[in-house]
Design a binder for this molecule. Structure first.
Ligand SMILES: NC(=O)C1=CN([C@@H]2O[C@H](COP(=O)(O)OP(=O)(O)OC[C@H]3O[C@@H](n4cnc5c(N)ncnc54)[C@H](OP(=O)(O)O)[C@@H]3O)[C@@H](O)[C@H]2O)[C@@H](O)CC1
Ligand SMILES: Nc1ncnc2c1ncn2[C@@H]1O[C@H](COP(=O)(O)OP(=O)(O)O)[C@@H](O)[C@H]1O
Ligand SMILES: [Mg+2]
Length: 283
């Protein structure tokens, strides 16, 4: 069922205004478990987008050999080694797992552990979702202690639902999003032109921003950074998901205005996210 559209006016009502005396610790302390050798860029894009959408403190968990790339790519973020990652998850206001994570088998157990132990909001994307599918974690996700947001594209949705991509593509997208909610009990962000956000409460929303210029590598990694950042800043998980997709689409629209749909890159989207946030706050 389609309950409504996600509009800029709605986003304006849920984004937090900053108190004059606010400090970075009040603006969301987030952890991004992302990136691997050959896909460090996904972690860089995710980190930049999180900062451009207002996260106060960003920490990125990567293999140690990637520290120099991450620290050059996102100097504002701190890095932590992903080797035997065992942090106090509760220190973070939101956690993301997945962009460019890679296929290392131990990530399945990591996701299971965070889902079981963490009390904040967890955003699962990309290889986080692929690991969940490969390790049959759907039931673990259903029982997660944390609030869970998943952001699959149709290929990742198919893997979670144990379907072929073509089979998933034949479904009505609202219905497919609903199937994903039933399978995982998560807030589902089913990406694509007109991204859908579907909730365990049975509501479903369609985004109104964005354009085909966003069909470019890394644009989903940017979205994960934005949603995690907004969650960390205290938006309800459903508002973080809905506002995140709308803000991301607006960044794409502002970027396409300036650069055209063909020239727009995911890196541009991270910068445009700042302008999108500014525009939304101006109303
Ligand atoms: N710079 C970096 O570090 C970057 C790193 N990245 C990282 O790469 C990893 C792999 O992620 P991925 O999404 O690229 O590949 P995958 O999960 O195999 O999915 C593709 C499959 O799904 C199908 N498909 C059908 N419809 C689709 C749709 N609408 N949107 C998308 N796919 C659609 C598609 O069909 P086809 O294109 O063949 O028609 C194909 O069969 C992941 O960790 C990610 O974070 C990227 O973020 C890029 C920048
Ligand atoms: N034609 C389109 N119109 C609007 N948005 C799009 C279009 N194509 C892709 N996008 C958006 O771009 C992002 C792509 O995410 P994803 O497929 O995960 O890319 P990547 O893994 O390369 O970062 C999603 O947010 C999706 O909604
Ligand atoms: Mg992706």
């Amino acid at each position: 069922m389609k309950d409504g559209l996600i509009t800029l006016e709605y986003v304006n009502t849920v984004i937090k205004r900053r108190d004059r005396s606010i400090h970075k610790g009040d603006c969301g302390r987030i952890l991004l478990i992302a990136g691997s050798l050959g896909m460090a860029g996904a972690a860089v894009l995710c980190g930049r987008a999180a900062l451009r959408s207002g996260a106060g403190l960003v920490q990125i968990a990567v293999p140690e050999e990637l520290f120099p790339i991450l620290q050059m790519g996102v100097p504002e973020a701190t890095c932590v080694s992903r080797k035997s990652l065992n942090l106090d998850w509760q220190r973070y206001d939101a956690i993301a797992v997945g962009p460019g994570l890679g296929e290392d088998a131990e990530h399945g157990e990591l996701i299971r552990r965070i889902a079981r132990e963490y009390e904040g909001t967890l955003v699962l994307d990309a290889d986080g979702l692929n690991q969940a599918a490969r390790n049959h974690l759907q039931e673990d996700l259903r029982k997660a202690r944390c609030s869970l947001i998943i952001s699959p594209h149709i290929g990742e949705a198919a893997r979670l639902l144990d379907m072929e991509v073509g089979q998933a593509g034949a479904w009505d997208r609202q219905e497919l999003a609903r199937l994903l909610v039933e399978k995982t009990n998560a807030i589902v962000v089913l990406k694509g032109a007109e991204t859908i956000v579907a909730t365990p409460e049975g509501t479903s929303y369609t985004n109104t921003t964005g354009n085909p210029g966003m069909a470019t590598a890394g644009s989903g990694d940017v979205l994960t950074g934005i949603i995690t950042s907004l969650s960390g800043q205290g938006l309800l998980p459903v508002d973080a998901a809905k506002a995140g997709v709308c803000l991301h689409g607006l960044a794409g629209d502002l970027g396409a205005d300036r650069l055209g749909e063909y020239g727009l890159t995911a890196g541009d989207l991270t910068v445009m996210t700042a302008l999108a946030m500014k525009k939304i706050l101006l109303g």
